[in-house]
Design a protein around this ligand. Structure first.
Ligand code: HEC
Ligand code: HEC
Length: 350
C-alpha cells in the first residue's frame, strides 16, 4: 500500500515536472514580483491552509520515518564501540600519523570537513566531497556510488587508499597496531572470543559499530512523532513545498535520502565528468547515477554535491529543482525549504 501510494506520487510528480518544464519561462517571469509563485504550483497554496494538501499524519508517514533511538545494542557492544571511537580518532591509522577518519569526517563538525574535496596524507585530493558519517550507517550502502555495502566494509577502504590514509597493506596496519600496548587490551576486550583479535577486518567491525552510534535526532523527528509545535510556520511551509515539488520522491525515508540511487540531471542534464555508479556496474543507465544523499544536518555540511562544487544550500536547492524536476524556483521557495531543512539538524547542535 505504502509503495503503491509512493509510486503513484512519483508518477504524478514526474509528469508534473515534465509539464511544468514547458512553463518554465512563465514561472521565471512571475518570480520577481512574488515569492509565492516560485515552485508553488497550486497558487495560493503556499500557506498552511492548503485544502487537500495538509500535512496530516498519514501523508507524512508515507514519506518519512523518525530516527530510531538506537541501531546497535550500546551496552552489549560497549567495548567494541569504545575501540571503534578510538580508532576513528587515531591518526596512527595513516602512514604519516597525521590523518584520521575524523580529519575528513570531523566528529565536532557534523561528520564533515567543510571542504569541497579533502586532502589526504600527502595533501592530495580525490575527486569527491567527503559525505557526513552522521546517520550514514542507515543508508542502503556507503559512498556516493554505493560501492561498499555497510559502514564496517567501508571503514577498511580509506586506511589503504593511497591518497587518503596511505597505509601500504592490511598486514602493515595490523603490525603497527600490535605494537601499541593500549590496542592489545582494547581489541582483547572487544573481541573476547578471539585468540588473535588484532585483525584487519576487526578494525572495520569496531569503527562500524562506533559509526552506528552516530545518530542525530532532530526537531523534525519530534514533529513526525506528533509534536505539532516542533516546527515553526516557515519550516512547515518548507516541508509542504518539499513534498509538493517532488523533492520527497528521492529524499525520503528515515534519513530523508540515503535509500536509493538516482541520476543527477534527471530532467535537465547536469555537467559532470564523474560517472557515479556506472564506474562500479558498467551499466549504461548508471551513468551519473549517485546515491541520493541524506538531508539530515544538511544546513551544516556545505559544500554540496558529489564533487563539492556547490557552495551554498540556496544554490543546491535551486540546482535540484532545475536538474531533477525541471523547475525554476525563486527566493520564497528556497527560504522555506531551507528553513525546513534546518529542522533536520541534530538537536542541541542547531
Ligand atoms: C582524506 C579524507 C578522508 C579520510 C581520511 C576518510 N574519509 Fe571517509 N570519505 C571521504 C570521501 C571523499 C568519501 C566519498 C568517496 C566516494 O564516495 O567515492 C568518503 C566516504 C565515507 C563514508 C560514506 C558515507 C556515505 O554517505 O556514503 C563513510 C561512512 C566514511 N567515509 C567513513 C570513513 C572512516 C570510518 C574513515 C577512517 C577509517 C574515513 N572515512 C577516512 C574522505 C575521507
Ligand atoms: C530524482 C531524484 C531527486 C530529486 C527529485 C531531488 N533530489 Fe536532491 N539529490 C539527488 C541526488 C542524486 C543528489 C546527489 C547529486 C550529486 O551529488 O551529484 C541530490 C543532492 C541534493 C542535495 C545536496 C546534498 C549533499 O549532501 O551534497 C540537496 C541539498 C538536495 N539534493 C535537495 C533537494 C531538494 C530541495 C529537492 C527538491 C527541489 C531535491 N533535492 C530533489 C536526487 C534528487
Amino acid at each position: 500500500m505504502k509503495i503503491f501510494v509512493l509510486l503513484a506520487f512519483m508518477l504524478s510528480s514526474y509528469s508534473y515536472a515534465q509539464s511544468s518544464h514547458d512553463h518554465q519561462g512563465d514561472t521565471k517571469k512571475t518570480d520577481h514580483h512574488s515569492g509565492m509563485h516560485d515552485g508553488d504550483h497550486h497558487g495560493g497554496m503556499g500557506g498552511m491552509h492548503g485544502g487537500h494538501h495538509q500535512l496530516d499524519k498519514n501523508t507524512l508517514k508515507q514519506f518519512f520515518e523518525p530516527l530510531p533511538a538506537s541501531i546497535i545494542d550500546e551496552k552489549k557492544n560497549e567495548a567494541l564501540i569504545a575501540l571503534g571511537k578510538k580508532l576513528y580518532l587515531d591518526p596512527r591509522l595513516s602512514i604519516n600519523d597525521q590523518i584520521s577518519c575524523s580529519s575528513c569526517h570531523r566528529l565536532d563538525n557534523f561528520g564533515v570537513d567543510s571542504q569541497p574535496t579533502s586532502p589526504g596524507h600527502e595533501g592530495k585530493r580525490g575527486g569527491r566531497n567527503s559525505p557526513t558519517t552522521m546517520n550514514a550507517a542507515l543508508h542502503i550502502a556507503q559512498f556516493w556510488d554505493g560501492r561498499a555495502k555497510d559502514v564496517e566494509e567501508q571503514a577498511l577502504g580509506p586506511i589503504l587508499n593511497p591518497i587518503e590514509m596511505g597505509m601500504p597493506s592490511e598486514a602493515a596496519v595490523v603490525s603497527k597496531l600490535k605494537k601499541i600496548d593500549e590496542y592489545k587490551s582494547l581489541f582483547a576486550e572487544a573481541f573476547k572470543d578471539e585468540k588473535d583479535p588484532i585483525q584487519y577486518k576487526n578494525i572495520g567491525k569496531a569503527i562500524g559499530a562506533f559509526e552506528r552510534t552516530l545518530l542525530t535526532p532532530s526537531r523534525f523527528d519530534d514533529f513526525l512523532k506528533g509534536d505539532q509545535n516542533a516546527l515553526d510556520e516557515s519550516e512547515k511551509r518548507g516541508l509542504q513545498k518539499f513534498i509538493h515539488m517532488g523533492c520527497v520522491t528521492c529524499h525520503n525515508g528515515v534519513t530523508i535520502g540515503g535509500n536509493s540511487y538516482r541520476k543527477i540531471g534527471l530532467v535537465e542534464p547536469y555537467e559532470t565528468t564523474d560517472m557515479g555508479r556506472f564506474e562500479i556496474t558498467g551499466i549504461e543507465t548508471d551513468k551519473k547515477v549517485f546515491k541520493v544523499p541524506s538531508l539530515r544536518n544538511i544546513t551544516k555540511t556545505a559544500p554540496y554535491f558529489h564533487d563539492g562544487s556547490v557552495a551554498t544550500l540556496d544554490e543546491a536547492i535551486r540546482e535540484m529543482a532545475e536538474h531533477q524536476l525541471g523547475r525554476k524556483v525563486g527566493p520564497g521557495f528556497v527560504d522555506d525549504v531551507k528553513a525546513f531543512l534546518g529542522s533536520l539538524t541534530g538537536k542541541g547542535k542547531e
